[in-house]
Design a protein around this ligand. Structure first.
Ligand SMILES: [Zn+2]
Length: 183
């Protein structure tokens, strides 16, 4: 329990509440800024987050971005030519599941649902793997085909220079740095 009238460091009562901008972001959901409260001690300068006030605001803000993320991911996939019905069939989801995730604003898709759709948005060819009933041989050939076509693309003059650099410097591929976040 945070005492908004007392400094938790020096115990002084000369404190005030300051508003501070706080940035939120979600993959494929964009960014949002909210105003959080910080308790500042006028005597010693100690600052403390008013987590009781801030945490619900942060959760609410993130939940809006997560919903937006789902909408963006499904809109992108539809734009790439994947219909909701075909994705539902491929993934074995009940009919209209994706339409509901996209359109029903009162509905908050689960964390697992959001993770699934973000992975598919990042690697849309995963749908073809699912279509082949996850057969490991055809899955491997699809990975290699994707890798090969990206590699060839990166060699071409109008290719993705950044991708090419990453491939030749092995930055973010293989080995122990596979999970490391590249900047
Ligand atoms: Zn203080």
């Amino acid at each position: 329990m945070i005492d908004r009238n007392q400094c938790s460091y020096c115990g002084g009562h000369d404190v005030h509440v300051m508003e501070k901008e706080y940035a939120l972001s979600e993959p494929y959901g964009g960014e949002a800024f909210i105003q959080v409260h910080v308790i500042v001690c006028n005597a010693c300068g100690f600052t403390a987050d008013d987590s009781e006030y801030n945490d619900p605001l942060i959760l609410e803000g993130l939940s809006v971005l997560k919903r937006q993320s789902m909408v963006n991911v499904l809109t992108d996939l539809n734009g790439l030519g994947f219909s909701n019905a075909s994705m539902e069939r491929t993934l074995g989801l009940p009919a209209r599941t994706l339409a509901r995730w996209k359109n029903e604003t009162s509905l908050n898709p689960s964390a697992a649902a959001l993770a699934l759709m973000r992975i598919i948005r990042t690697f849309p060819w995963i749908l073809a793997v699912a279509d082949q009933r996850y057969d490991s041989k055809s899955a491997q050939s699809m990975v290699l085909k994707q890798a090969f076509s990206h590699l060839m693309e990166s060699f071409s003059s109008d290719g993705d220079k950044e991708l090419f650099q990453r491939i030749i410097t092995s930055e973010g591929v293989g080995g122990s740095n596979i999970f490391s976040q590249s900047k």
